[in-house]
Design a binder for this molecule. Structure first.
Ligand code: SAM
Length: 238
């Protein structure tokens, strides 16, 4: 697996504020807009419980959502990132619960624990069947009326650098010859999500010169009622 501890050590030593390095502030501004829109259209209101998958040092979705009054929890594979997230929240007197763990296996989280699960750009870090394992875990820990926000790379590589290290057969970007990111067309990601018993309520794609990035609002698919009606029917907006 990619050495995320080394990555966070480097970010911290070089004085960066989070995963995105010098682009952190710009990304945060974009995420703020996205979150405001999601909150208006899909998300339960604060103080709903949210879990950020791959929360890193907590300085993206977790920070924004804690600021809005959500009950924030975060999980990340990197111990260094989790210690840093705790420090950052303590410095800002924000409340958040962060723990080291693998998003493909979260037995310490009971079923139906969260109103919102935010993908902190973590799903695209998962390779092969780890993606199915993670989606199944999210389905288990999300409340029946909860919302899963998928934030993921998508499409095909566009820059020469990305094209040069792309495995088109498996839809993966390679680093030192090993797969470290999944990069697939959006329709394939939607299929994976639907196979994990979710339905996609909305997706938006931001277009970049290197590859695109999708944000999807996703809900658990409920069993159909005996009369054949879709269990996800909602009252019309008035
Ligand atoms: C692209 S970074 C994003 C970090 C943070 N969400 C942000 O937006 O700044 C992806 C994060 O996922 C974490 N990660 C990768 N694989 C993971 C896994 N299997 N379980 C938990 N975290 C993982 C990495 O350590 C990293 O912090």
């Amino acid at each position: 697996m990619h050495d995320y501890d080394a990555e966070y050590r480097r970010l911290k030593i070089t004085g960066h504020r989070g995963w995105a390095g010098s682009a952190q502030e710009r990304n945060l501004a974009r995420m703020t807009d996205t979150l405001d829109r999601l909150e208006r259209e899909f998300l339960p209101s604060p103080p709903a419980r949210i879990l950020e998958l791959g929360c890193g040092n907590g300085m993206s979705w977790s920070l924004l959502m804690a600021g809005k009054g959500y009950e924030v929890h975060g999980i990340d594979i990197s111990e260094i990132a989790i210690v840093w997230a705790k420090e950052q929240f303590a410095e800002r007197r924000l409340s958040g619960a962060f723990r080291k763990g693998n998003v493909c296996e979260m037995p310490f989280i009971p079923d139906a624990s969260f109103d919102i699960v935010m993908d902190g750009s973590c799903l695209h870090c998962l390779i092969g069947c780890d993606r199915t394992r993670c989606l199944q875990e999210v389905h288990r820990i999300l409340r029946a009326d909860g919302v899963f926000v998928v934030s993921t790379m998508c499409g095909l590589p566009k820059s020469d650098d990305a094209k040069a290290r792309f495995d088109p057969v498996n839809g993966q970007l390679l680093q030192d010859g090993r797969a470290y990111r999944t990069l697939k067309p959006l329709k394939d990601i939607v299929r994976e999500v639907m196979d994990a018993r979710f339905e996609v309520r909305e997706s938006t794609v931001s277009v970049n010169p290197w590859w695109d990035h999708a944000t999807m609002a996703v809900a658990s698919r409920r069993p159909r009622s005996p009369d054949g009606a879709n269990g996800n029917r909602v009252a019309p907006r008035t």
